[in-house]
Design a binder for this molecule. Structure first.
Ligand SMILES: O=C(O)CCC(=O)C(=O)O
Ligand SMILES: [Fe+2]
Length: 234
């Protein structure tokens, strides 16, 4: 693995995809843990206002907060940490492990930035692992807008419309995706039984711990800790 080249590619594009990063057996085990936790029809966690306005239908889970440590094997992976060192520098922080689950027939996620883009040095790095294949039949493809981590605020407009330069990612079981929190991204609607991803969010040294409390959508800025629309965008 040419880590320097990977890091360079990440910084050029604002995202990076590496297939077969983790073994199928480990992915199958973790996928089962996720299904055991959520079942196929988990309740919503976010407020109705958020779900409606953001066109985002996903249920988060922070396993470590409940003492579930099965996912630590990923965050301790030496290759993942080496790659993170290359991307963020030697000093960085693990924010949390967050698992996202979407049930069949739901919308996925509208275009967003995970945190405000005004300070280019302060962002979250999504280190996403996929424990099952994402295919056009299953839906839930991840869309990214290349280079948008350098383009400032996500354009305003319809939350989930197609954007001209969008790139469609169909990660397979075991794929690692690094995604800059300022990169414009979304998740397509889910046609299969469910769709899940595991995210080991990290930040460069000196970034506030609550950096992902405010997310930017095409029609608003939303603050999760108070469940508030803090800015309407038109
Ligand atoms: O699940 C994905 O593919 C992307 C989810 C997402 O929006 C994120 O990790 O910030
Ligand atoms: Fe996101």
């Amino acid at each position: 693995m040419d880590i320097t080249a990977y890091a360079q590619q990440f910084w050029e594009e604002g995202y990076l995809v590496i297939e077969n990063f983790f073994e199928d057996e480990l992915m199958d085990q973790l996928n089962q843990k996720i299904i055991d936790h959520f079942g196929m029809t988990p309740d919503w966690d976010h407020s109705d206002e958020f779900i409606e306005k953001s066109a985002t239908e996903v249920v988060p889970w922070f396993p470590a907060r409940e003492g579930v440590l099965d996912f630590q094997v990923i965050e301790n992976d030496p290759r993942l940490n080496e790659l993170t060192n290359q991307v963020l520098g030697d000093k960085w922080n693990l924010l949390y492990c967050m698992i996202m689950f979407s049930k069949q027939g739901t919308k996925g996620q509208a275009w967003h930035q995970d945190c405000p883009p005004e300070n280019s040095k302060q962002f979250n790095l999504n280190r996403l692992i996929y424990t099952h294949d994402i295919t056009p039949e299953i839906g839930g493809e991840t869309l990214v807008y290349p280079n948008s981590h350098k383009m400032g605020e996500l354009t305003s407009g319809k939350p989930d419309e197609a954007l001209d330069k969008q790139v469609v990612l169909t990660p397979k079981k075991g794929t690692l995706v690094l995604l800059h929190g300022h990169t414009w991204h979304r998740v397509l609607p889910i046609k299969g039984a469910y769709r899940t991803s595991v995210n080991f969010r990290s930040t460069p040294f000196g970034t506030p711990e609550d950096i992902t409390d405010i997310a930017v959508y095409r029609n608003m800025r939303y603050k999760f800790s108070t469940s508030e629309v803090i800015e309407e965008r038109v």
